[in-house]
Design a protein around this ligand. Structure first.
Ligand SMILES: [Zn+2]
Length: 447
């Protein structure tokens, strides 16, 4: 895929100084708005059975959410079951629940945090695996949410979904893990077990879209934070250059805005670094679909992806004793497929079949990858509802995350074309969505 440059458009916007506003009860209240009530009301009468399903959201809010439904027949998808022998199918022994209504079969949530493990299966309960980051981050989230709840007068807080993912963080030389935060579009490299509480304070305490660059007031700290950001950037450039071809050119520039707030002795620093990489693919392989250039699009690792950013924005966020460096997540969308075989075989069997089919479709459209405008495929750990395998979440960059169940390979093309390309929701497969997925005016992405 040709990487076009010119990301600098967003630069000016990103330089706007932000304070790290402490969470206030009113902010939390607005983010707990859910679509549960509205979703139920849009169900067709014949499928509107009594639902035991998920608990109601802590608070009901906006009721005028419009879900842009289309049907599988609108998308010319195969009938279920598909009669075509040459289409990919699941083995017949798999018992998939075809009866229970899918709608509202997931609980409302406002954030999805994914740990890059480079694997496609995990211990049955990811927080049992003490060698991984998951139990430590899960504990930090639970404790952080409990503190927030107390500060918030005991009111329940929006759920944060934590999963492992197959994304392969191969972009740094640290002992920690790469963590992705959506819908904030933030990628943090090298998060270690002992940093999880700081991670919560830095990235999960602030409401969605309000994670701002922060550094304590001392000038020394400021300089150090900037150095960290620049060092990391330089490291990326070296790595990036290692991946690319001769006729590729990279430029980078950093802009820093420093401003003292009147609020105590804090200083807020916004660091935005833009690296522009231009690659010409035409010299050796003339088409992107040739085998040589396909190799260039894929990552060096079979499960991994390209370095998360060749065009990048970087932000330094400090909490407790930790200075984190946050990168902007660039792709247009991620297709997450539950592949948690050790938890339930059904997702373990369906996931690789779906992955292959999604990959084929995205490659045919030349949008598979993890660069700006691409679509990534991540295998993820348990998200709930194995009986509805294949379980798929489509997360779009602008903050829309749609959950689908009973996904067959013959639905993949419709999902890509309707949901990713046109922002539509396939009614027959729809389980629910991230809060505010269809009211993006309420959701401010961090960058
Ligand atoms: Zn088919």
């Amino acid at each position: 895929m040709i990487i076009t440059a010119a990301i600098a458009l967003n630069l000016a916007k990103s330089l706007v100084l932000k304070n790290t506003a402490p969470v206030s009860p009113s902010v939390i209240t607005t983010t707990t708005t859910t679509t549960t009530e509205t979703l139920t009301s849009t169900t067709e009468p014949k499928t509107k059975k009594e639902k035991k399903g998920p608990k109601p959201a802590p608070e009901q809010g906006s009721t005028d959410v419009h879900i842009p439904y289309v049907t599988l027949s609108d998308c010319h998808a195969c009938p279920t079951p598909c009669p075509e022998e040459n289409h990919p199918h699941y083995p017949s022994y798999l018992k998939i629940d075809q009866e229970t209504p899918l709608l509202d079969s997931m609980r409302p949530y406002t954030r999805h945090v994914l740990i890059s493990t480079g694997k496609d299966d995990w211990e049955a309960h990811i927080d049992d695996d003490k060698d991984s980051l998951a139990p430590y981050l899960q504990k930090a989230i639970e404790e952080g949410q409990a503190r927030l709840k107390e500060e918030n007068g005991g009111r329940d807080l929006p759920r944060i979904v934590l999963t492992n993912s197959s994304k392969h963080g191969d972009s740094w030389e640290g002992e920690g893990w790469q963590v992705v935060i959506l819908p904030d579009q933030i990628v943090v490299n090298n998060v270690t077990k002992d940093q999880c509480h700081d991670f919560f304070e830095a990235f999960l305490r602030p409401p969605v879209g309000s994670v701002a660059a922060t550094v304590e007031a001392e000038h020394e700290t400021e300089s150090k934070a900037l150095e960290v950001a620049k060092e990391e950037l330089n490291g990326q450039l070296e790595k990036t250059n290692g991946h690319v071809q001769d006729d590729e050119k990279s430029e980078s520039n950093s802009s820093v805005t420093v401003n003292a707030t009147q609020n105590g002795s804090k200083t807020t620093v916004v660091t935005t670094t833009t690296t522009t990489t231009t690659r010409k693919v035409s010299s050796s392989g003339s088409t992107i679909s040739s085998s040589s250039s396909t190799t260039a699009v894929d990552s060096p690792s079979s499960k991994g992806t390209f370095h998360h950013s060749t065009t990048d924005q970087v932000r330094t966020v400090k909490a407790g004793n930790t200075t984190f460096t946050a990168h902007r997540w660039l792709p247009r969308a991620a297709i997450m497929i539950c592949s948690h075989r050790k938890r339930d075989k059904r997702c373990g069997v369906t996931a690789p079949i779906l992955q292959k089919e999604f990959k084929r479709i995205l490659r045919a459209k030349d949008i598979y990858g993890d660069c700006e405008g691409d679509v990534e495929i991540w295998l993820v750990s348990h998200i709930g509802g194995h009986k509805f395998a294949g379980n798929v979440i489509v997360h779009k960059q602008e903050g829309m995350a749609v959950w689908y169940g009973r996904v067959d390979p013959c639905h993949c093309e419709a999902i890509v074309e309707s949901t990713i390309e046109r922002g539509e929701v396939l009614k027959e497969l729809y389980r629910g969505s991230m809060v505010d997925s269809f009211d993006l005016s309420r959701k401010k992405i961090a960058w």
